[in-house]
Design a binder for this molecule. Structure first.
Ligand code: HEC
Ligand code: HEC
Length: 257
């Protein structure tokens, strides 16, 4: 088996983001080396009843995403626990196909078969660990208020729908393809919205998040991240059931049947 070179994934990146991305890549490679090293250490301790169990297999993921997918202290490693299985599966496929870029993730899933990705997605979707400590960056009250307005009511003048129409009243997401937005760090939220704007992250067409991200100004992106990262975990962490009627427009990741 030939290991994919990270350059393969870089090819699809827009030129404007390339040099910043190279710096990021360096940092990531350092982290990745560390992550694989400690994962290997864990492998030498057979604490699992069955070495071929799903718990044993996801050990390669927990250094960055936490033992139960709750995220880690690193501000950029996202919480994946409790997000709808369909959403998690779509992301793993996107990393594998290169429509979403983060080299360690692209590399890890490059050769994993579909049924295995589905199994991993279902495993983390069932987990509901408590939230990691909030990471709050300072923000003016007017910025936080703008964030709340966008998330709860949208902005009719800019044709931006309220985020809760798709991400759920409690912001815990919607089955099967829409992730929760609570429990995410501001740096991660800002990075994802920016990636959609520059064409570096793609979801299944019609890519509704691309339309929405393109209508947000830089200030709007900072505002939603500031407000979202200040929200407490709701009592009920489970995603809402599918509600196509409430969605302002179609998303390819939210099938119509
Ligand atoms: C080196 C650290 C690292 C390792 C190891 C790692 N991940 Fe990730 N993962 C990340 C980062 C960082 C992101 C966010 C990337 C981005 O889009 O910028 C991510 C994103 C994800 C996402 C999408 C999250 C979302 O909310 O959209 C999923 C799902 C995921 N990882 C699952 C896994 C699984 C399963 C494994 C093990 C096979 C794994 N990861 C191993 C760092 C890692
Ligand atoms: C029309 C429905 C819809 C609306 C409205 C919507 N979203 Fe989304 N959002 C989605 C879907 C679908 C995804 C998952 C896309 C994919 O599969 O990658 C998503 C994903 C995201 C993600 C990535 C989360 C992660 O874990 O990586 C962020 C951040 C996000 N949305 C923020 C927002 C914000 C902020 C708003 C309001 C300004 C908003 N969304 C409004 C449908 C919507």
């Amino acid at each position: 088996m030939i290991a994919p070179s990270f350059e393969d994934f870089e090819e699809h990146r827009p030129a404007a983001t390339r040099s910043a991305a190279n710096v990021l890549l360096l940092l990531i490679l350092v982290t990745f080396t560390f992550a694989t090293a400690s994962a290997q250490q864990q492998d030498t301790i057979p604490t699992f009843d069955q070495l071929d169990s799903i718990e044993a297999r996801v050990q390669g993921c927990v250094t960055c995403h936490g033992q139960r997918g709750q995220g880690t202290d690193n501000g950029y490693f996202p919480r994946i626990a409790g997000k709808p299985a369909g959403y998690l599966y779509n992301q793993l496929v996107a990393f594998r196909n290169g429509t979403r870029h983060y080299s360690p993730m692209n590399y890890l899933v490059a050769y994993l078969p579909e049924n295995y990705l589905r199994e991993i997605a279902e495993y983390f979707a069932k987990e509901q660990p408590p939230f990691a400590a909030q990471a709050i960056t300072p923000a003016e009250p007017s910025v936080i208020a703008r964030g709340q307005q966008l998330v709860r009511n949208g902005d009719a003048d800019k044709v931006i729908p309220a985020c809760i129409t798709c991400h759920g009243e409690r912001l815990t997401g919607m089955e099967p393809g829409i992730p929760g937005l609570v429990g995410l760090r501001p740096t991660y939220i800002i990075a994802q919205l920016t990636r959609w704007q520059v064409g570096d992250r793609h979801a299944i067409e019609p890519d509704c998040m691309k339309r929405i991200a393109n209508r947000l100004s830089n200030e709007d992106v900072v505002a939603v991240a500031a407000w979202l990262s200040r929200q407490e975990a709701p009592q009920d962490l489970s995603p809402e059931s599918s509600n196509l009627i409430r969605m302002p427009f179609a998303c390819g990741s939210q099938p119509r049947t």
